[in-house]
Design a protein around this ligand. Structure first.
Ligand SMILES: [Zn+2]
Ligand SMILES: [Zn+2]
Length: 375
């Protein structure tokens, strides 16, 4: 199903202010709250939808991203695509983000200051790491301001001179018939300055490439698809312009045993037919690193769900944890020995409807149905 527009979900106008958003959210959240709608899956879905919409729109930055890109702004790998692997860099989105978070915009024309590009770093962590939270050290190959010329691009001891062609404006005007055209200054290429003696370290560019190690704090309970913005950790600016930002695109590797849904974890456990019939117990792993015991009562059916309270993911910025749900499936025995076959046949012969209330009930209803067809 296509995802609904967040404004539509909250029933507010696109230009709704913070107050309007909040009051719309409160109203909707009350209406669909699970406590008021026990067992109503539709209300639960609406409640989730309302929460997601409000979570996004209440945050000015996320709202701006949503306004511009729609839901694609928050989809993992929404830009560029491709598998998310450690150390995968894309600076393709820099233009988008530059425009969008627009720091120091317009400076380029007047004095040649240029903001550095934003960088993207794809970071994949395990579910265990998302559970624990951790500090990840990442190597970022980024350009930094050249130390030798402090970013001016001019040989140390000299400084760039104001461009004579454009007088530092970076643009020139030319009369053409009745029109006056403005274009980028051909002498300084719009920088407004010319460097007579370029810095030998950076070749006059004003920045050099370096590997930097950054520590990124991954909070416990973080969600797949989260973007972490490290302001000023992107590419260095030019000629005194501000640095770009670094965006960490976080993804969580699928887990062998657990599926995550919000703060809850789901785990499917196959149990033998005899355990299901006679009762028993088994141990399940938890992300805390210890196992939890699940007691299976006599006569357990496939699909039965057991809840382990508080064994789910931590909820960000709180001390709470979600729950773990264990769903059992009963495995039918295969590769029977002769003796096992005899025992099961014996069981079958002695079995009554009491042993299989569901199937015998079903087949007796089927029989009634067929009998009625005959009349
Ligand atoms: Zn330099
Ligand atoms: Zn010029």
């Amino acid at each position: 199903m296509a995802k609904r527009d967040f404004y539509e979900v909250l029933g507010v106008a696109k230009d709704a202010d913070e107050k309007a958003l909040k009051s719309a959210y409160r109203k909707m959240a009350m209406q669909y709250h699970p406590d008021r709608n026990p067992g109503n899956a539709e209300a639960e879905a609406s409640f989730k939808e309302v929460n997601e919409a409000y979570d996004t729109l209440k945050d000015a930055q996320k709202r701006a991203a949503y306004d511009r890109f729609g839901h694609a702004a928050f989809e993992n790998g929404g830009f560029g695509g491709g598998g998310a692997r450690n150390g995968d860099f894309h600076s393709t989105m820099s233009d988008i983000f530059e425009e969008f978070f627009g720091m120091g915009g317009g400076g380029r024309r007047s004095n040649g200051r240029e903001r550095g590009a934003d960088l993207r770093y794809n970071l994949e962590i395990t579910l265990e790491e998302a559970f624990e939270g951790k500090t990840v050290e990442i190597e970022v190959p980024t350009s930094v301001t050249c130390e030798a010329c402090t970013g001016s691009g001019a040989k140390p001891g000299t400084s760039p001179a104001t461009c004579r062609t454009c007088g530092g404006a970076g643009r020139v005007r030319a009369a053409q018939g009745f029109f006056t055209l403005e274009r980028t200054c051909p002498t300084c290429q719009g920088k407004g300055q010319v460097i007579a003696d370029p810095c030998s370290v950076c070749g006059g560019v004003g920045r050099t490439t370096q590997e930097r190690t950054l520590s990124v704090n991954i909070p416990s309970g973080i969600e797949d698809g989260t973007r972490i913005r490290l302001a000023g950790e992107g590419e260095a600016g030019l000629r005194g312009g501000p640095s770009g930002d670094l965006y960490i695109f976080l993804s969580i590797r699928p887990h062998e045993f657990f599926q995550r849904e919000g703060a809850d974890l789901y785990c499917r456990v196959p149990i033998s037919m005899t355990t299901a019939a006679l009762g028993g117990q088994f141990d399940v792993p938890t992300l805390e690193g210890v196992t939890s015991r699940v007691k299976v009562p006599e006569g357990t059916q496939t699909g039965k769900q057991f809840r382990l309270k508080g064994k789910g993911m931590p909820v960000m910025r709180s001390v709470q944890h979600g729950d773990m749900y264990i769903q059992v499936t009963v495995e039918t025995p295969t590769n029977l020995t002769k003796r096992q076959r005899e025992l099961l046949t014996e069981f079958e012969q002695g079995a009554s409807g009491e042993n299989h209330p569901e199937s015998s009930g079903f087949f007796s209803r089927v029989k009634d149905f067929i009998d009625n067809l005959g009349n």
